[in-house]
Design a protein around this ligand. Structure first.
Ligand SMILES: C[S@@+](CC[C@H](N)C(=O)[O-])C[C@H]1O[C@@H](n2cnc3c(N)ncnc32)[C@H](O)[C@@H]1O
Length: 196
């Protein structure tokens, strides 16, 4: 991943971007069910683009990221004073039961040797009728082969959601760009899923 920007540069580039469609989709679905607020865990929250939307909609949020700089930037955003934060790696972090676990473009950065356990804890932490929203990276992604990251085939991605109702499962497999403008092939699953 030599062409990958540093996290610091990444946070600079995405600072003004809106929340991901996946978290918005999950929140809209909760609202349609009459559940206007709840407790969300934002895993790999970065500088807080999704946490900001959760807080704006009145959700209680625990935002977790391995990078101290991410949490500092999140805390500097207006309106996020009530957001709880934790600097921790996925595999070290613990979190309470939640209505929503969100992971916007972050879980792929979990090393394969930890991914299964982290995924198990995500699923177990979801309350009945809770949701997962976020992205998984596919096996044809331009970074596939990076031993520190986790990539899944379509059928592996689908089997992660056994016991869920898949409300959105969109596969993107196309050439595109990094936030820096450098070319990259993206193979990504965009997911919103509701736990039975
Ligand atoms: C591509 S960024 C996405 C950030 C944010 N969710 C967004 O969409 O803007 C991935 C984030 O995951 C975090 N991250 C990477 N590996 C991690 C790990 N093992 N544990 C926790 N966070 C990690 C990085 O620090 C980074 O902030």
């Amino acid at each position: 991943m030599s062409d990958e920007p540093s996290w610091s540069e990444f946070y600079d580039r995405v600072a003004d971007r809106p929340p991901h469609e996946t978290v918005v989709g999950a929140l809209d679905r909760f609202e349609r069910e009459g559940r206007r607020t709840g407790f969300a865990v934002d895993l790999g929250c970065g500088d807080g683009r999704d946490a900001a939307e959760l807080a704006r909609r009145g959700w209680r949020v625990l935002a977790i990221d391995a990078e101290e700089e991410a949490i500092e930037r999140l805390r500097a955003r207006p309106g996020l004073e009530a957001v709880e934060t934790l600097v921790a790696r996925f595999e070290e972090a613990t979190w309470p039961r939640a209505d929503l676990v969100n992971a916007g473009f972050s879980l792929a950065f979990c090393a394969p040797e930890h991914f299964g356990e982290v995924w198990r804890r995500i699923v177990e932490s979801l309350r009945p009728a809770g949701r997962f929203s976020g992205q998984l990276f596919g096996d044809r992604d331009g970074w596939a082969g990076d031993a520190e990251m986790t990539f899944v085939t379509r059928s592996e991605a689908e089997s992660l959601f056994a016991g869920f109702e898949l409300e959105r499962f969109d596969e993107v497999d196309e050439d595109g760009h990094l936030v820096t403008g450098a070319p990259k092939h993206w193979h990504v699953f965009h997911v919103v899923a509701k736990r039975a």
